[in-house]
Design a protein around this ligand. Structure first.
Ligand code: PAF
Length: 279
């Protein structure tokens, strides 16, 4: 695997590489990322990964400084996953001058995750567009665990007419259903056992919708109450339309249940797609 830190080195290395498939990450790689890398292999000739902890997408009170940086272990994982090229710029490489031009996503950026992480999706969209301009991939993969991120980036690519295919990778879960995440490392042992409840609650809502329930607000409230009764501090449980993450209208069937809740230190997110049976 080649490792490049500068834009010019990377651009040189990417000449005549056929169809390039790109998987951007912030490092601290787990099985979820590696499944994206392996999936990437089947979509093109050259797999490029990036590791860059992007300051722009962290709020002032978020964990930018303490975000786990595990570069050597990440490289070993990427080699095992047969990644061809790793782009690992420093902040000075990627932001040699203060970034004054930004991508400002539509109002969905201020809902769900965006309500609790103001500016987050602006930071994500800005860095991803910049990485796309540097790597110029034919396709890029993002995990469905960050469902809202995937939707915002998909729409950015479509509306800005970028010639990039966006592919969503399925969530990789531990045996008890907990979605893999870099932030799971912050869970204490007893919290780790409790953490699987988040996914169970999403499955309960899914079963209720499939059984015909359409009182979505009540389902959301019940789920939040169940989590909070077990020591969680829940930001939201929301049933939305998959396509645009807006509230479902009568007749909408292609839905997703999204949740974010804090258990001890880490804030965990998860989601579950559901097709509501027609009434
Ligand atoms: O999902 C992530 O790890 C980040 O948000 C991304 C897409 C690499 C942008 O920094």
């Amino acid at each position: 695997m080649q490792i490049h830190a500068t834009v010019s080195e990377l651009r040189h290395a990417l000449k005549q590489r056929g169809r390039i498939v790109f998987v951007p990450t912030m490092g601290n790689l787990h099985a979820g990322h590696l499944s994206l890398m392996r999936q990437a292999r089947s979509h093109g000739d050259t797999v490029v990964a990036s590791i860059f902890v992007n300051r722009l997408q962290f709020g002032p009170h978020e964990d930018f400084d303490s975000y786990p940086r595990t570069f050597e272990a990440d490289c070993a994982h990427l080699r095992e996953a047969a990644v061809d090229i790793l782009f690992a710029p420093t902040e000075a490489d990627l932001y040699p001058e203060p970034q004054q031009y930004h991508v400002d996503p539509p109002p969905i950026q201020s809902q769900l995750e965006g309500e609790f992480r103001p500016g987050h999706f602006r930071g994500v969209a800005t860095v991803v567009l910049k990485l796309f301009n540097i790597v110029q991939p034919h396709a890029a993969l993002f995990g469905k665990k960050d469902y809202q991120q995937l939707m915002i980036l998909r729409n950015m690519v479509r509306q800005l007419a970028l010639p990039i295919e966006i592919i969503g990778g399925e969530i990789v879960r531990a045996e008890d259903g907990l979605a893999l995440s870099s932030r799971n490392a912050y869970l204490k042992a007893e919290e780790r056992a409790e953490a699987a409840r988040l996914n169970r609650v999403l499955h309960q809502i899914k079963a209720a919708i499939q059984a015909g329930r359409r009182d979505f607000s009540q389902l959301e409230r019940d789920a939040m109450a169940e989590l909070d009764a077990h020591g969680w501090k829940t930001d939201y449980v929301a049933i939305r339309r998959q396509a645009d993450l807006q509230e479902p209208q009568p007749g909408d069937r292609t839905l997703v249940i999204l949740a974010a809740s804090r258990l001890g230190t880490p804030r965990l997110i998860d989601n579950l797609e559901v097709i509501a049976d027609s009434a």
